[in-house]
Design a protein around this ligand. Structure first.
Ligand code: NAP
Length: 204
C-alpha cells in the first residue's frame, strides 16, 4: 500500500520508517520542503521519497496526517483527499500545549468536517512516538496496542492490517464520535503503552 505522509516529524517520521520496513512505499513531506527530509529518506532507504505535501496526498492510497492539529487549515486542497483513506494522528493541542476546547465535538470529527470525502480513521493518537519507535514486536504475544476509531468499517480494517504489519495490535474504540472521545488527551488509554489484554480491561 502506498502511503503519503503529511508531517514527517516525531510521529510521521517514525511511522514512515515502520511502514517502509514492512514493505509499504512511503512519500514523506513537511512544511520546509523535500530537501530538508533528505536525512530521513536516507535513513529509511529505497522505499521512501521526499515530496511536497500535495504530492504526498496524491501519492498515497492512504495518507497519514501528522502535523500539529492547530495547523489543520494548512493541509493541501480538500479535493485531493477525496476517496482516500486518511489516518488522523493529530491531537488537539494549542501552541502552548493546552488541550483545545472543542465543545461537544472531538478532534477527528473536526478533521472529518474539514476533509469531506476522505475515509477518515483516527489512529496513532494515544501512543508516544518513542514507544512507537521501539515498541514493535515480531510475535503476537503481548503486542502493544494502537487504537483506531472511525465510521468507515473497510477503511478501519485496512488500517488494522497496517498496524499488524508494523508489529502492533489494533483495537477499535468505535465510531469517530464515541471511539474518538475514548482516545482524546486525558482519557484512561491516552499516553499509556498497554497490551490488548490491559486495554480491554480499561475499556470494558
Ligand atoms: N509526539 C508524539 O509522541 C505524538 C503522539 C501521538 C500523536 N501526535 C500528534 O502528531 C502530530 C505531530 O506531532 P509530532 O510530535 O510528530 O510533531 P513534530 O515532531 O513537531 O512534527 C510535525 C511535523 O509537521 C510538519 N508540518 C508542520 N506544519 C506543516 C504544514 N503546514 N504542512 C506540512 N507539514 C507541516 C513539520 O514540518 P516542519 O518541521 O518542516 O515545519 C513536522 O515535520 C501532532 O498533531 C501531535 O499531537 C504526537
Amino acid at each position: 500500500m502506498k502511503i503519503g505522509i503529511v508531517g514527517a516529524g516525531h510521529i510521521g517520521g517514525t511511522a514512515a520508517k515502520l511502514f517502509a520496513r514492512a514493505g509499504h512505499p512511503v512519500a514523506v513531506s513537511n512544511s520546509r520542503g523535500p530537501a530538508s527530509l533528505a536525512p530521513l529518506v536516507a535513513s529509511i532507504g529505497s522505499n521512501a521519497k521526499a515530496v511536497t505535501s500535495e504530492d504526498a496526498v496524491k501519492f498515497g492510497d492512504t495518507v497519514l496526517l501528522a502535523i500539529p492539529y492547530r495547523k489543520m487549515d494548512q493541509l493541501p486542497a480538500v479535493g485531493l483527499f477525496a476517496g482516500k483513506i486518511v489516518i488522523d494522528a493529530m491531537n488537539p493541542y494549542s501552541a502552548v500545549g493546552r488541550v483545545m476546547d472543542l465543545g461537544d465535538s472531538t478532534s477527528s470529527e473536526e478533521v472529518a468536517k474539514r476533509l469531506p470525502g476522505a475515509r477518515l480513521v483516527k489512529a496513532f493518537n494515544t501512543m508516544g512516538w518513542n514507544t512507537l519507535a521501539s515498541g514493535s514486536r515480531p510475535g503476537y504475544e503481548d503486542r502493544l496496542v494502537v487504537f483506531i476509531a472511525g465510521d468507515d468499517a473497510a477503511a478501519k480494517s485496512t488500517i488494522a492490517k497496517l498496524i499488524d504489519d508494523i508489529g502492533f495490535a489494533s483495537i477499535d474504540t468505535g465510531s469517530l464520535r464515541d471511539g474518538g472521545r475514548r482516545q482524546q488527551p486525558g482519557s484512561p488509554i491516552y499516553g499509556r503503552p498497554m497490551t490488548a489484554r490491559e486495554a480491554k480491561k480499561i475499556l470494558g
